[in-house]
Write a protein that binds this ligand. Sequence first.
Ligand code: AP5
Length: 222
Amino acid sequence: VSSEPLKVMISGAPASGKGTQCELIVQKFGLVHISTGDILRSEVSSGTEIGNKAKEFMNAGRLVPDEIVTAMVTSRLSREDAKERGWLLDGYPRSFSQAQSLEKLKIRPDVYIVLDVPDEILIERCIGRRLDPVTGKIYHLKSFPPESEEIKARLVIRPDDTEEKVKSRLEIYKKNAEAISSSYLNIMNKLNGNRPKEEVFREIESLLLQVRKDTVKTTKSG
Ligand code: AP5
């Protein structure tokens, strides 16, 4: 029996490790990774109309207006690859009204993962974070230093990773978290994200394998 493609949502505060876990999930499960943060950063660096509108909000650590982000996500989700391989939505929904938009379109995940990490660790993670603009890979100066001098030399710092902006992003996250998760309580899995990334991934992996088994069963009987 071939299983239905998985539909996964991953949530958590800034620097809780969503992007890091998504790299590992994609390697193992082949899902289409849709990260609103990544898409927006690439629009900004290409200087598109969306990018120009989004830039000031992102750099200030505030949310980009719903209508911009929602249109972006729904068009990406409707593409053939996402339907065929399944999807991994990272960074959306981020407000109650974004969650409502998906509900209206009957777009629901099989599982809703929340990474839980204490505040003081989140701030330290943002301050040490570096991005490789060539591969898109996420590093940390202390926890995950780059593999070579060549990579190290090209790493960039996100403009919203200063202590002050991280605090404001965290506050916005906390204000919205409960309202968003209320839409997904029956499929929510809160995991301790304050452990080595391999350990966090092992738990996500067994969760997704279980969810995949359950979807096969439901498909067979239903
Ligand atoms: P986005 O890019 O989604 O930012 P975020 O939610 O703040 O999340 P981060 O990317 O900061 O963190 P992460 O959880 O992916 O952690 P990472 O794996 O990198 O959004 C950016 C902006 O875009 C928003 O502020 C907003 O303006 C806009 N935006 C996006 N979506 C939007 C939406 N839906 N609506 C409106 N606006 C939107 O890890 C962080 C660091 O920790 C790294 O250095 C990593 O190496 C390290 N690390 C990871 N895991 C571990 C571990 N287990 N142990 C130790 N270190 C670790």
